[in-house]
Ligand binder design. Structure first.
Ligand SMILES: Cc1cc2nc3c(=O)[nH]c(=O)nc-3n(C[C@H](O)[C@H](O)[C@H](O)COP(=O)(O)OP(=O)(O)OC[C@H]3O[C@@H](n4cnc5c(N)ncnc54)[C@H](O)[C@@H]3O)c2cc1C
Length: 200
């Protein structure tokens, strides 16, 4: 039995092995407020991306760590942006965006594109080494990886929008270390697990 989401057939829960729904109390014993929720999410280490979009109108760029792969065939990725984000509105207008994965040492780019005080339009990219990709979005130079996407779908997700893109082209520079964000701090990658395996 297949269900339909946005006109596309998707496997039903039962076809992927789900038998019955676990009963969830209608009243959660302790409501999860934003501070407690944020505190828990801080423990999840992520990379840092700058999501850009350009085209006929003014270009935009926004720092986002809510980035993930969605599907291999077709190649889909997602980024979650605040529903009040002007960048999300620009992406929706342009129908395309790019994801730039930041490298260690590029905290300044993360801070620049996270600041609500940053200049808007072309001025946002002044002093930021970049070139323009095929979709019109800025591709930062250098980056650990980049993905150029055609807008696939936008879903509402609470107070955020789930922006899904079909990857048209992408590339990575394996020689660069990624920038890591964890517990509200920027960090680098240290391969302690590999060291542990080697010595243990
Ligand atoms: C490491 C890191 C990771 C981040 N990851 C994410 C992420 O995954 N997703 C994400 O959405 N943000 C993320 N942010 C925050 C984001 O980069 C900043 O909030 C940025 O300024 C948003 O830019 P924008 O163009 O999306 O929104 P802007 O249009 O610049 O607006 C900035 C913010 O102001 C508020 N705002 C705008 N308009 C209104 C209004 N009319 N009324 C009330 N408030 C309003 C909104 O909260 C909005 O997000 C991250 C920041 C950092 C440092």
């Amino acid at each position: 039995m297949r269900e339909c989401i946005n006109g596309r057939a998707v496997p039903s829960l039962s076809s992927v092995g789900a038998t019955e729904t676990i009963p969830i109390p209608s009243q959660s014993p302790r409501p999860v407020g934003p501070p407690a929720f944020r505190e828990v999410l801080r423990s999840f280490a992520t990379g840092v991306t700058v999501v850009t979009s350009g085209g006929a109108g003014a270009p935009c760029g926004v720092t986002a760590n809510a980035f993930a792969s969605v599907s291999l065939e077709p190649p889909l990725v997602l980024v979650c942006l605040n529903a009040r984000s002007s960048s999300a509105a620009t992406i929706a207008r342009n129908g395309a965006f790019a994801v730039n994965v930041l490298a260690a040492g590029q905290e300044w780019l993360s801070r620049r594109f996270a600041s609500p005080m940053r200049p808007r339009g072309h001025a946002m990219f002044r002093d930021v080494p970049h070139h323009t990709g095929t979709t019109g979005a800025a591709l930062l130079d250098p980056a650990v990886a980049w993905l150029e996407c055609r807008l696939h779908e936008i879903h509402a997700g609470g107070d955020h929008l789930i922006v899904i893109g079909e990857v048209l082209s992408c590339g990575a520079d394996q020689s660069r270390e990624p920038l890591v964000f964890h517990a509200g701090r920027y960090r680098g990658v240290t391969d302690t697990c590999a060291e542990f395996r080697l010595s243990g």
